[in-house]
Design a protein around this ligand. Structure first.
Ligand code: SF4
Ligand code: F3S
Length: 119
């Protein structure tokens, strides 16, 4: 593969995982240089085609929800597919918005998959 267009070579995007659900703090959106976050009712998804793997979003997430795909904890592997699918359906978000009303309460809830609203 030639790198003439400057596109990434490896398909190892960053993934938003379960801790984002019902929180959606959106600090991650502020730092993303390529606007690859998409917003749903109570979760954000990263478009793996657009993510340039810079890692800037990882340390700013208050719930530590974002992982490089190859470092994603095993229980959350389905989020690879979910990010790709949901990013196609949901609109781009390029500015921070208010966190969800009960974000601070849900921040410490470990298992939230059943709460994911697919919109
Ligand atoms: Fe955006 Fe970089 Fe995070 Fe990918 S890794 S979603 S490009 S901030
Ligand atoms: Fe979700 Fe963390 Fe971003 S909670 S919206 S991944 S800052």
């Amino acid at each position: 593969m030639g790198g003439a267009e400057g596109v990434k070579e490896a398909a190892v995007a960053y993934i938003v995982a379960e801790p984002c659900i019902k929180c959606r703090y959106s600090d991650c959106v502020e730092v993303c240089p390529v606007d690859c976050f998409h917003v749903g009712p109570n979760f954000l998804a990263i478009d793996p085609e657009e993510c340039i793997d810079c890692g800037a979003c990882v340390p700013v997430c208050p719930t530590s929800a974002i992982f490089a795909e190859d470092e994603l904890p095993a229980p959350w592997v389905e989020y690879v597919k979910l990010n790709a699918e949901l990013a196609k359906r949901w609109p781009v978000i390029d500015k921070k918005v208010e966190a969800l009303p009960e974000a601070d309460r849900w921040k410490d809830v470990a298992a939230k998959r059943a709460e994911l609203d697919l919109g």
